[in-house]
Design a protein around this ligand. Structure first.
Ligand SMILES: [Zn+2]
Length: 254
């Protein structure tokens, strides 16, 4: 278990002063590894806050190349990054923000074939994706391997957030059994993924440190047109193909 340097104690001073965090929980952040799936509007914001907060190892996975039309919301990047691999530009930005953390940029698409390896030694996953096909690949594997998964999504001025603790709470498939129709292009304005991405980072910090109460068993629907935050309850579905398999396995274990 590593300790915190004098520099780190100064860098994180204001959050160490939060009585629920303190030195011990800050060390937990340092010794944790988070996978951020997709570094666009959602993941790019979440990962900036995780980096600033001192999450020690961050694995960013995205196969995308930055385009000019990404910059209305993907504030981790600058115009000079257009045409570059997003993970490379993001890793550079994160290292310049906080050289004390380890960033692992992985320029791949997440698939059924590589998801297992990508999740190795990961404590938690943040959803920064734009499609449900990949979200389901991660959801299913996270439930199977017992890795907390924070789901976020945006469309227009609406955002959604839900935290999944495998074995304890409903998962993404309990809520949506099969992938909904996908959009080729998602209309969106920056502050909306900004809000949801920030909340994803906060949920991650809470789960790693064990403080507060995560957003489980319900989903947050953020309506930016009216600035409404609505919470809807979600229950585990007996027909969920992922959770039902898990409970069947644990019954077999008894
Ligand atoms: Zn489920």
């Amino acid at each position: 278990m590593q300790s915190l340097s004098v520099r780190e104690l100064e860098r994180y001073d204001r959050q160490i002063r939060i009585s629920e965090i303190g030195f011990e929980k800050q060390l937990k952040l340092k010794n944790s590894r988070v996978l951020v799936a997709g570094v666009g509007g959602l993941g790019g914001v979440a990962v900036l806050y995780l980096t600033a907060a001192g999450v020690g190892s961050i694995r960013i996975v995205d196969e995308g190349i930055l385009e000019l039309n990404n910059l209305n919301r993907q504030i981790i990047y600058s115009e000079k990054d257009v045409g570059r691999l997003k993970v490379e530009a993001a890793a550079e930005r994160l290292k310049s923000l906080n050289p004390d953390i380890v960033v692992e940029p992985i320029p791949h698409k997440i698939t059924l074939e590589n998801v297992d390896e990508l999740l190795n030694n990961v404590d938690l996953v943040i959803d920064g994706l734009d499609n449900f096909k990949t979200r389901f690949i991660i959801n299913d594997k996270c439930v199977e391997r017992g890795i907390p998964f924070i789901h976020g999504a945006v469309y227009s001025l609406e955002g959604r957030l839900m935290t999944i603790i495998p074995g304890e709470t409903p998962c993404l498939r309990c809520l949506i059994p099969s992938p909904p129709p996908e959009y080729d292009i998602i209309p969106v304005i920056g502050p909306v993924p900004g809000i949801i991405g920030c909340l994803e980072a906060l949920e991650a910090i809470k789960i790693i440190t064990g403080i507060g109460k995560p957003l489980t068993n319900r989903i947050l629907i953020f309506d930016g047109f009216n600035l409404d935050f609505t919470y809807l309850p979600i229950t585990k579905s007996p027909r969920c193909p992922v959770c039902s398999k898990l409970s069947q396995e644990s019954k077999n274990d008894l």
